[in-house]
Design a protein. Structure first.
Length: 609
C-alpha cells in the first residue's frame, strides 16, 4: 500500500469525495405484487418513461430473478444494481445522542443500535443520517439521528441473490429516504411542516419534514379499492403522529406533497382535497413538475384498448397513467447515486476512521523537511517557469483566435439554416394521430380526401367526409372540436348514387402551430468553455450551432436571402384556398386509422412540396 492509499484510509468515510459511477445503473424496489425499476445512465439529463417499468412477481422466483429475466428479454445490459428496501427489511430507529465530533458519530450510532436491538452473534449493518446540525459549529452534530439497520445475513443473502441473477450489487438503501431526495435538494422552507406521501401496492409511506430535515418516517397498510377511506385513515394517522413531534412544529402549517407517479396517488390527492386539506400538491418527482389542478375522471388521459391476445403480462400496462415517469424513490436514488452519493447505503455504511499509526508523526516531520528543501530549490527556477507558462498561454490564445476567425462565417451560415429549419417544423404526424383517435366509428363514416397546409402561426386540415346518417355530421364535429382545434363544416349534400354513405360534406380544422422549443436542441445556460465549437469537437452540428447562436448574431446584422425566399414562398402558399402543400417543406403520409376509428379511404392525400 503506497502513501496515497494510506492517506485515504485515514480520512472519514462519510466526508470522502465519491467517484462518479460509469455505466448503466439499475435501480429497483418491490412490493407484494410487482418489481418496479428504472434503467439509466449517470450522465443522462432526465429520466424517460421508456427507461422505467415494472415486472410482476412470480411465486417460484425472487424479485431479482424475475427482473433479470425481464431485462434479458429486452436485451438490456446494466453495470450497477441499487436495491431500495422498505421498512419490513430494514429497522429504522430514532436515536438521541450527545454532541460529538463527526468522526466519532459512526461508533456512537453503532453502539446505540446494538444496545436497542439486543446482542447477537454478528453485529448488524448500520448506516445513519443526522437530522439536525448545530448552527454554531459545523463539526458538532445534533442529538437526533435516524439510524437504519439490517442483519449481516440479510445483506449477504441479497448479495448472493444479485450474483445468481447476474447483477453486481453496488448499493442498498432505504426506499423512503430516497423518496425525500428532491426535497433535500430544493430550497428548504423551515416555516412549514411538509408531509411527503408515496403510494405503493397495499402500503402508504409518509414522512414529516421541516425544511430538508426528516423528523419522522411512518408507513400504513391500506386497500386501493377506494381512496376516500384511505385519505381519512391517512389524515388520522398524521394527526396522531403530530403529537409525537417536537412542540414547536404544532404551529406550523401542514403541506401535503403527493408523489403523483401512479393513478392511485393522484386519486389520493383528490380525496385529500375533498376532505378539506387545502395545501395538497401533486408532484411528479422525476421531472419536478407540480400539478395543482384537481384530479378527476374527466381529466385523466384516454387509454387505448388492448386485446388479451396482444397484452404482454411481463411488462407494465399500456395506460398512459400507468406508464408515467418513475416515482420519487427511483428518481431520487438515480440522482443521488450519480451526484453526491446515496445518503443511506448499507452496502457501504459510514464508519469511523482507523486509529492513527505511530509512524504518522515522524513521517509528517520528514515530509515537511523534504517540502522545505524542495521549495528552496524551486525558487531559483520560478522566474523561468513563469515566463515559459506565459509563452505557452499566449500561443494557445493565438491559436484559438485564428480558429475562431476562420470558422465565424461558416458557423453563421449553419446557424441561419438550422434556425430556419427548426422554425418551419410542424408536428403533422402528432396532429393526424390525435385527430384519428377522435373520429367516429368506421362503420358510420369514411374520409375520402385529406389535405393540409400551414401558415405563419396556424395550421389547416381539410377533410372530405361521407357519413351514413345526418346525425353523424354533428357527432364528428363534437368529437373533433376542442380547445386546440376549431372545426367548421360546409357543402353538406346527399348523393343518391352512394348507398353505403349517402351524405357527404367538407370539414375544416384550424389549430395553432406551437413555437419550437429551443431548449431541446442545446444545453441550458452553457458555460463559456462549452459554448465554443473548439472546446468539444465531438458535439453534433445542431448542438454546436444553437449553443453559439449569441456569438454569431453579433457577427451577422441582416437576414439572409434564404429567409426572404422562405417568407415569399409562405405568402404564395397562403393565397391558395385548397392548398395541400405543407409550408414546413416536409413530406408525410396519413397514418392508418385504428380499429375503432373512421375509415380513411378513397382519395387519401397528404403530400407537401
Amino acid at each position: 500500500m503506497n502513501w496515497v492509499s494510506r492517506l485515504k484510509t485515514r480520512l472519514p468515510v462519510m466526508t470522502r469525495t465519491r467517484r462518479k459511477p460509469s455505466g448503466r445503473v439499475l435501480v429497483a424496489h418491490w412490493d407484494r405484487e410487482r418489481v418496479h425499476y428504472v434503467v439509466t445512465t449517470p450522465g443522462a439529463k432526465r429520466l424517460r418513461s421508456q427507461d422505467a417499468g415494472s415486472v410482476p412477481l412470480a411465486d417460484q422466483s425472487g424479485p431479482l430473478t424475475a427482473l433479470a429475466e425481464h431485462l434479458r428479454a429486452r436485451e438490456i445490459q446494466v453495470q450497477h444494481l441499487i436495491v431500495l428496501l422498505s421498512r419490513p427489511e430494514i429497522d429504522v430507529l430514532t436515536l438521541d445522542l450527545p454532541p460529538s465530533e463527526v468522526i466519532e458519530l459512526p461508533a456512537l450510532v453503532q453502539g446505540e443500535v446494538e444496545r436497542q436491538l439486543g446482542e447477537s452473534e454478528t453485529p448488524p449493518i448500520v448506516d445513519f443520517c443526522a437530522s439536525t446540525i448545530a448552527r454554531g459549529d459545523i463539526d458538532k452534530v445534533g442529538q437526533q439521528v435516524l439510524a437504519f439497520a439490517m442483519t449481516a445475513a440479510s445483506l449477504e443473502t441479497l448479495r448472493s441473490d444479485a450474483v445468481q441473477a447476474g447483477f453486481r450489487l453496488s448499493a442498498v438503501s432505504f426506499r423512503q429516504m430516497c423518496a425525500l431526495s428532491r426535497m433535500r435538494r430544493g430550497a428548504s422552507n423551515s416555516s412549514i411542516l411538509s408531509v411527503s406521501v408515496q403510494v405503493y401496492h397495499g402500503e402508504i409511506e409518509f414522512a414529516f419534514c421541516v425544511g430538508s430535515q426528516p423528523l419522522m418516517l411512518r408507513s400504513v397498510r391500506i386497500s386501493l379499492d377506494d381512496m376516500a377511506p384511505v385519505a381519512e385513515q391517512l389524515v388520522q394517522e398524521t394527526d396522531r403522529c403530530l403529537t409525537l413531534l417536537p412542540p414547536e412544529t404544532e404551529e406550523l402549517p401542514k403541506h401535503w406533497f403527493i408523489d403523483a407517479s401512479s393513478p392511485a396517488a393522484r386519486q389520493l390527492a383528490q380525496a385529500l382535497r375533498n376532505l378539506g386539506q387545502a395545501q395538497v400538491h401533486s408532484v411528479q418527482y422525476a421531472t419536478g413538475d407540480e400539478i395543482d389542478r384537481p384530479i378527476s375522471a374527466e381529466s385523466q388521459p384516454e387509454t387505448q384498448s388492448v386485446s388479451p391476445e396482444n397484452e404482454d403480462p411481463s411488462s407494465t400496462p399500456a395506460s398512459p397513467a400507468d406508464a408515467d415517469l418513475p416515482g420519487a424513490a427511483l428518481a431520487g436514488a438515480v440522482w443521488d447515486f450519480a451526484h453526491d452519493g446515496l445518503l443511506v447505503n448499507l452496502a457501504d455504511p459510514k464508519r469511523s476512521p482507523p486509529p492513527p499509526s505511530p509512524w504518522v508523526r515522524p513521517a509528517a516531520w520528514s515530509a515537511a523537511a523534504c517540502a522545505a528543501f524542495a521549495i528552496l530549490g524551486t525558487v531559483l527556477l520560478s522566474d523561468v517557469w513563469q515566463l515559459r507558462d506565459q509563452v505557452q498561454a499566449l500561443e494557445v490564445q493565438l491559436t484559438e483566435s485564428k480558429k475562431l476567425e476562420a470558422k465565424a462565417l461558416e458557423k453563421s451560415d449553419q446557424v441561419a439554416v438550422v434556425e430556419q429549419w427548426l422554425s418551419d417544423q410542424v408536428n403533422w404526424l402528432g396532429v393526424l394521430s390525435e385527430i384519428s383517435q377522435r373520429v367516429p366509428d368506421g362503420r358510420n363514416a369514411t374520409i375520402r380526401r385529406l389535405s393540409a397546409s400551414a401558415g405563419a402561426s396556424t395550421g389547416v386540415i381539410d377533410l372530405s367526409v361521407q357519413v351514413l346518417q345526418p346525425d353523424d355530421i354533428s357527432e364528428l364535429e363534437e368529437r373533433l372540436r376542442s380547445v386546440k382545434y376549431s372545426v367548421s363544416s360546409k357543402r353538406i349534400s346527399q348523393s343518391p348514387e352512394s348507398a353505403e354513405f349517402p351524405w357527404q360534406f367538407e370539414t375544416r380544422i384550424d389549430f395553432s402551430i406551437d413555437k419550437p422549443d429551443w431548449s431541446r436542441y442545446g444545453a441550458a445556460q452553457p458555460s463559456k468553455t462549452e459554448s465554443s465549437v473548439f472546446s468539444n469537437p465531438d458535439r453534433t452540428a445542431t448542438e454546436t450551432v444553437l449553443s453559439d447562436r449569441a456569438e454569431v448574431n453579433q457577427l451577422t446584422s441582416a437576414n439572409s436571402p434564404q429567409e426572404t425566399r422562405v417568407e415569399e414562398t409562405q405568402k404564395a402558399d397562403e393565397a391558395s384556398p385548397d392548398a395541400i402543400i405543407l409550408k414546413n417543406t416536409q413530406e408525410f403520409s396519413v397514418p392508418k386509422p385504428q380499429q375503432n376509428g373512421a375509415i380513411i379511404g378513397g382519395e387519401q392525400q397528404g403530400a407537401g412540396s
